[in-house]
Design a protein around this ligand. Structure first.
Ligand code: 5GP
Ligand code: MN
Length: 340
């Protein structure tokens, strides 16, 4: 965070404020962890703080301290409107464009509050007065730690914040193995463990709570895996019918795409998940090396994210989406050659 932003934030927070901390639609571990951690910190500093998410989040994140206090827009529209309307400051965390907030987008676009953005995704939009954007960071949760540090606030780091930020850093780094994991990441993690984050327990709470249904769905997904060796690419499809057969619950498909990327020689992996209710195909893209799935998704699938992890959507049917995807690959032959 640069010194100008630090003094602007200090200025903004020098008297008690009504604050709302907002995460993105389909919140993941980093969205939930970073928002809760920041909220706990700001509350200790004397502000009135609420955490607001566009829609619900998976069961494997519900155990996180203070997660039960999160307001979910889709479940409580009236309260959400009230919070946004009364806010002096709105922190938006772990996303960089208001169109990532689903039904909250309109409300946020019309809010009178001062916006502060904290995020690590590429190419942030220009809606916030104060922007703390750093695409080299492994997670927004790590940025919240640095934010506290910049405000001389590490004395406020308690076991709840440590746990919340640990979850975000762990999930966004694939348990500290993705390239954005740095020595600083591990130093921050050491601080979180010292402050009371129970690392092994957290790992179990998030990853070792599979339902039999989820594992069966994973079986279906792996069965549907298609390899395109010519482009070092692999993709997975899941139809709505397949999701229904396996009693799909929110979060069940989290991480499936990584199995496709784990295949030797594969540099580009993608999963297409049909969502009949929303009339879209939800897409998750992952890559190894320099091939930018952020650019690919921005160009073809209304999405974005990071170089090696991005999301997107298609309004075509599942077979049409696959056909379109397959027709795009020849344009990327060189970029997809191994080790490029
Ligand atoms: P996932 O595949 O897990 O949904 O998303 C992968 C990464 O890309 C996450 O960091 C997520 O926040 C980001 N992402 C997902 N969808 C979008 C999108 O539509 N636009 C942008 N800018 N980022 C996205
Ligand atoms: Mn993140």
């Amino acid at each position: 965070m640069n010194s100008e932003s630090i003094s602007a934030v200090k200025n903004l927070l020098n008297s008690p404020k009504n604050i709302v901390v907002v995460g993105h639609k389909n919140p993941d571990g980093d969205a939930i962890g970073s928002c809760l951690g920041l909220a706990n910190f700001l509350r200790q500093k004397g502000h009135l703080v609420s955490v607001l998410m566009p829609n619900d989040f998976p069961t494997f994140l519900k155990w996180i301290p203070e997660a039960a206090n999160i307001t979910i827009y889709e479940k409580d529209v009236k309260k959400s409107k009230e919070l946004v309307t009364k806010a002096d400051i709105i922190f938006t965390l772990d996303f960089n464009a208001l169109n990532r907030t689903g039904g909250l987008q309109d409300l946020l676009e019309n809010a009178k509050a001062t916006f502060v953005l904290i995020d690590h995704h590429q190419q942030p939009d220009d809606y916030a007065t104060i922007i703390y954007s750093d695409v080299t960071m492994c997670s927004t949760s790590q940025m919240v730690f640095h934010f506290m540090e910049a405000l001389d606030g590490l004395d406020f780091l308690n076991a709840a914040i440590a746990t919340q930020l640990y979850v975000g850093m762990m999930t966004d780094t694939g348990s500290f193995r993705f390239p954005a994991t740095t020595a600083t990441t591990h130093r921050v993690i050491a601080n979180l463990i010292d402050a009371g984050a129970k690392n092994s327990e957290i790992h179990q709470n998030v990853y070792d709570t599979n339902s039999p249904d989820r594992l069966k769905l994973l079986g279906t997904a792996l069965n549907n895996l298609v390899l395109i060796p010519e482009y070092n690419t692999a993709f997975i499809t899941l139809s709505q019918e397949e999701l229904n057969t396996n009693n799909f619950k929110k979060g069940d498909t989290e991480g499936f795409v990584n199995y496709a990327l784990s295949i030797e020689g594969i540099v580009f992996a993608i999963i297409f998940i049909e969502n009949k209710k929303e009339g879209i195909i939800k897409i998750s893209l992952r890559s190894k090396g320099d091939f930018s799935v952020n650019e690919f998704s921005r160009s073809h699938f209304n999405g974005g994210g990071h170089t090696n992890a991005a999301g997107g959507r298609s309004l075509l049917s599942l077979p049409e989406t696959i056909a379109e995807f397959s027709s795009l690959l020849p344009n990327y032959k060189k970029a997809l050659s191994y080790g490029s």
